[in-house]
Design a protein around this ligand. Structure first.
Ligand code: 13P
Length: 264
């Protein structure tokens, strides 16, 4: 099980293919090969193919931001997980922007998780409550329902290989960007792991990687990465700024290795 810290940059619907290529070039100049950190870039669907050719695989892996759960068929406008299998290692699934703007439901997200695994792509399943749900004391219930549905029918081995990103909707920069305190993030991430332990056993809960996401930037990333049981971060806005993102990666390296010096 890969227990390097995982830093994922979700570029969302920003950058056309040539802008994405330029950003990758800038990141390549600044980011070294770290044994302690796995760096994943998630550009738009359009940029995945060119970036997969350009990318230095010792430094970076790619993730899709979404895909459709059927392997082929008359689904105009969609891209299947099966079409992405040689391009990406990961797929972000169930992002709150997909749930909120595109009406993705719990069963749709479950189907995407299973299609992703079926095609050899590791899901990064996003879960998180809205501010209203938090104020009403429903955070744990929301997380429970999102996880229980998404993982339905998976084996413990499949679950152990998953990544779950806790992204409170209220902490995402474009949905309010209220900073979650590390102890708030820890409480929710502990709940996620406890639920996995209850459903699939302690070993699976130890193996699964749990990330934090929501307004993470280079100034505050270390606070989240030092949370016990935090396996990395999912970064939105700051990931398309190469100064910020490369600082986030080097902060992750420092947390992971306790190193003052960068390694080559
Ligand atoms: P921000 O880092 O811009 O808050 O976005 C978080 C996010 O949605 C990553 O998937």
């Amino acid at each position: 099980m890969d227990k390097r810290l995982l830093v994922v940059g979700n570029w969302k619907m920003h950058l056309n293919a040539s802008q994405a290529s330029l950003l990758l070039h800038r990141l390549h100049e600044r980011i070294k090969i770290y044994r302690s950190v796995e760096v994943v870039l998630s550009p738009s669907m359009l940029a995945l193919q060119p970036l997969s050719i350009q990318i230095d695989r010792r430094k970076f892996r790619l993730a899709a931001q979404n895909a459709f759960h059927k392997d082929e068929g008359a689904y105009t406008g969609e891209v299947a997980f099966s079409m992405l299998r040689d391009l990406v290692h990961y797929a972000i699934i169930g992002h709150s922007e997909r749930r909120i703007h595109f009406g993705e439901t719990l069963p749709m997200i479950r189907d995407k998780v299973s299609a992703s695994i079926r095609n050899g792509i590791t899901p990064i399943l996003c879960v998180g409550e809205t501010i209203t749900e938090r104020r009403q004391g429903e955070t744990n219930q929301v997380l429970h329902d999102q996880i229980a549905t998404a993982l339905h029918g998976l084996t413990a081995k499949e679950v152990a290989n998953l990544v779950i990103a806790y992204e409170p909707v209220w902490a995402i920069s474009t949905f309010g960007g209220q900073l979650a305190k590390p102890d708030q993030a820890q409480t929710a991430m502990d709940f996620v792991r406890k639920q996995i332990a209850g459903l699939y056993g302690k070993k699976t809960a130890e193996e699964i990687r749990v990330l934090y996401g929501g307004s993470v930037d280079d100034n505050i990333v270390s606070g989240y990465l030092q949370i016990p049981g935090c396996d990395g971060v999912l970064v939105g806005g700051a990931s398309i700024n190469y100064h910020k993102f490369s600082s986030i990666v080097s902060a992750a390296h420092k947390v992971a290795s306790g190193a003052e010096e960068d390694e080559d």
